[in-house]
Design a protein around this ligand. Structure first.
Ligand SMILES: [Zn+2]
Length: 63
């Protein structure tokens, strides 16, 4: 049989097992994809990149 494990157990385990979190605001980093425009050889290209979002930079990212 599967081990009995509550949702809360899973969460706390995950957090303890090294989910990256910000040392400044103590918020767990949320990976978010942000759109970027790059100009390459005179052509505009749209790219996306992954950014670790926490309370420190959410205003910066979401504007
Ligand atoms: Zn932070």
């Amino acid at each position: 049989m599967a081990k009995k494990q509550t949702f809360t157990d899973k969460l706390s385990k995950k957090k303890g097992a090294g989910a990256a979190h910000c040392p400044v605001c103590d918020d767990i980093f949320h990976p978010v994809r942000v759109r970027e425009f790059a100009t390459e050889g005179g052509r505009r290209r749209q790219t996306t990149k992954m950014v670790k979002l926490c309370k420190c930079n959410e205003k910066e990212i979401y504007g």
